[in-house]
Design a protein around this ligand. Sequence first.
Ligand SMILES: [Fe+2]
Ligand SMILES: [Fe+2]
Length: 305
Amino acid sequence: MSQDEIDIDNASLEQLRDILCNVNGKELLANRFRALFNLKCIGAESTNTEEAEKAITYIADCFQDESELLKHEVAYVLGQTHRLVAAPPLRQVLKDNNQQIMVRHEAAEALGALGDKDSLALLQDYYKNDPSLEIRQTCELAIERIKWEQSEESKTENIEKSLYTSIDPAPPMPSDVESKVEKLQRILNDQDTPLFERYRAMFRLRDLGTDEACLALASGFDDPSALFKHEIAYVFGQICNPVTVPALITVLKRETEAGMVRHEAAEALGAIGTDECTRVLESFLHDDERVVRESAIVALDMVEP
Ligand SMILES: [Fe+2]
Ligand SMILES: [Fe+2]
């Protein structure tokens, strides 16, 4: 560390904000992600409400940035804080057509993760009227998630405790409703089943986590929806089972694939982190698509010990 470099793990809230928002114009992307992570921990976990809310405000400052990748992560992180003070900036982002689709998607999803009832009317509006399928589907899921959280079933359903602490776009399917991989795969891929149910099957398969469950999830990469495919890649990044590597590489290499899907595949490969993953990621450091290049940088940073 050079003398004027700040130790991110011992930085003040203001220093973290300045790194995240690249105030000096020369912060490395990987450091900006680390600053975001530290701010998120404070925003989500601090028992000092004032400090937590300040961290959340500082995180939201980053929505002025250009990097689609960083901003979508900012939106994601805000959705994981359990604090409704994060909702107003997220609503603003969903409404802002100058923001990229992946960022607006993540903002809508985050409103669902926060269980923000006050956003229901806005989400309904974008569910019905947004021209982007990814946004409409995200709003559909967020609405269903908020309704589910308010429902009686959410209190009585037999949901197995998950290994993962993330707040997901849908809860896993109750274990007494379905635990057979074959049946879950059928629900996962059934275009006539509501998306929320299909996501519930997806998260149940994630929680089962066996090789068989992973291969069932990989069949979701043939879905027509970029949103759906990016979520499959996301759960592969959580499971970190190397059996998913071939499917992730195929998706990352598909040039016709949406950036949001390829991005998530790259990050999952970073999380799995085998030598093969590293080699493949290195070959995407100069990809034509910015969000893929930046994902390769961040993913390789995850691999580093
Ligand atoms: Fe997402
Ligand atoms: Fe992502």
